[in-house]
Write a protein that binds this ligand. Structure first.
Ligand SMILES: [Zn+2]
Length: 125
């Protein structure tokens, strides 16, 4: 029981579902969900709804605390590569490729490189 986590949703206990209704006959209450793991919000929320409730209540404070963007970020040419493929290509050597989102340049990839989620030619953020 002690390894269970509580959903961090600020209104989790207000949703009327059977699994939240706990207690004996005269003392039933709707309670915050408690599970060994949660799927949403890096394991902090039982549902997208609860994640959204939290953000509605604390999102602005969290952004101000951790640093609000005051200037747009820039994705430059050297970091604009993304993987793509062309199944219609009869040329198997060029079926997988990097394409640059800014210059539209293509560079061939092997299938293994395409499937390796760590393989990139981008140099930074
Ligand atoms: Zn919840």
């Amino acid at each position: 029981m002690s390894n269970l986590k509580l959903c961090q949703g600020t209104r989790c206990h207000t949703y009327h579902t059977q699994d939240r209704l706990k207690g004996t006959k005269e003392n039933k209450t709707y309670q915050t969900r408690r599970r060994s793991s949660f799927y949403y919000g890096q394991g902090n929320f039982c549902s997208l709804n609860c994640q959204n409730d939290w953000f509605y209540d604390f999102g602005t404070k969290a952004i101000d605390h951790f640093g609000r963007l005051t200037e747009p970020k820039h994705l430059t040419e050297e970091n604009a590569w993304h993987k793509s493929y062309d199944w219609g290509s009869a040329d198997e050597q060029n079926r997988y490729f990097f394409v640059n989102g800014i210059t539209k340049e293509r560079r061939s990839l092997t299938e293994a490189q395409y499937r390796d989620s760590n393989y990139t030619i981008n140099t930074g953020e």
